[in-house]
Write a protein that binds this ligand. Structure first.
Ligand code: SAM
Ligand code: SF4
Length: 329
């Protein structure tokens, strides 16, 4: 098992398949993009599966989420999902995506065994989308969402980051839209993980503010707190249910004490936290001939040293060197 010094057990593996993206969400990337990882540094499909298999077969990983960057840009994605769902014990396999290309890929991904999908959607307004993501792709995202629903990747979850004076007035319309479509919406507080280091606490739209906006229009009843477990979202039944909405207060209501995540970057580094300042290089070990057992030992050691919390409130807090897109959100 992957246990850290505080007794937390990591069972949820987030795998970044690429640091590239076809959007430039301002809370994540600068408009001009970033210097992408050189191809030889990226794990190949076989290497990804080898490491995921070590996690699943030897280290108790039960949930695998492919992310990025934009994972739909990874050519071998459908095959990776097929190979991941063939592992035993079969892990739960999901995807976090901006939805562009999902209208074409939702069905093949479902056939490959994908269990669920999270699609990021921050606005329903085309101009705001362009302002926020620097690309005119809102129709593609909406088409992707609809395709995921049609393919049966249910419940389709929607992730939203609100930014002050950009889309914070859309909390209610976004929830109405998701209720109407049957999507499960989760708001995520903006974290200091953008490549430009532009995050300011005073600009962050907090979980409290989001809930204030929502409760002005809807009755929100806290869902059974026990059901939250290690899930970061506080969920609420909307207008008596069964529809629900989640709020992830990563900064103001941290859930580090119950965190069960570990991350593998596209270039094969294990990170025990989004905000970790150290990484453990599994790619180098793998390419120099390490056995599965040796890889598992390295991975176990990397998780053992996980810190108690993200430390955003600490005086000496330093943003990690890699931005969200390169870590895997
Ligand atoms: N490109 C895919 C997408 O956008 O869903 C997957 C990668 S993206 C980094 C994963 C999630 O992280 C998205 O839901 C995105 O909104 C969120 N995210 C990115 N930067 C963030 C930040 N600074 N704070 C909070 N969430 C962030
Ligand atoms: Fe791309 Fe996702 Fe980052 Fe937006 S949040 S720029 S879609 S990786």
């Amino acid at each position: 098992m992957l246990v850290d010094g505080f007794g937390r057990v990591a069972t949820d593996l987030r795998v970044s398949l690429t640091d590239r993206c076809n959007l430039r969400c301002t809370y994540c990337m600068p408009p001009e993009g970033l210097e992408w990882l050189p191809k030889p540094e990226l794990l190949t499909d076989d290497e990804v599966i080898r490491l995921v298999a070590v996690g699943v077969e030897r280290l108790g990983i039960t949930e695998v989420r492919y992310t990025g960057g934009e994972p739909l840009l990874r050519r071998g994605l459908v095959d990776l999902v097929t190979r991941t769902t063939a592992l035993r014990p079969r892990p739960h396999v999901s995807l976090t995506t901006n939805g562009i290309g999902l209208s074409r890929l939702a069905e093949p991904l479902r056939e490959a065994g994908l269990d669920r999908v999270n699609v990021s959607l921050d606005t329903l307004d085309r101009d705001t989308f362009v302002r926020l993501a620097h690309r005119d792709r809102l129709p593609d995202v909406l088409a992707g969402l609809a395709a995921a629903e049609r393919a049966g990747l249910r419940p389709v979850k929607v992730n939203t980051v609100l930014m002050r004076d950009v889309n914070d007035h859309e909390a209610v319309p976004l929830l109405r839209f998701c209720l109407e479509k049957g999507y499960e919406l989760r708001f995520i507080e903006q974290m200091p993980l953008d490549a430009q280091h532009g995050w300011r606490r005073e600009n962050m739209v907090t979980a409290d503010e989001i809930l204030d906006r929502l409760t002005a229009e809807f009755t929100l009843l806290p869902d059974d707190a026990a059901a939250r477990g290690s899930a970061p979202a506080e969920t609420f039944l909307v207008d008596g249910g069964p529809a629900r909405v989640g709020v992830i207060g990563s900064v103001t209501r941290p859930f580090c004490g119950a965190c069960d995540r570990v991350r593998l970057t596209a270039d094969g580094q294990i990170r025990n936290c989004l905000f970790a300042r150290e990484e453990s290089d599994l790619r180098a070990a793998l390419r120099s001939g390490a056995s599965d057992r040796e890889l598992a030992e390295r991975w176990t050691a990397a998780v053992a040293g996980k810190r108690a919390g993200h430390g955003i409130d600490d005086v000496g807090f330093l943003q990690p060197a890699r931005p969200m897109s390169a870590i895997g959100g």
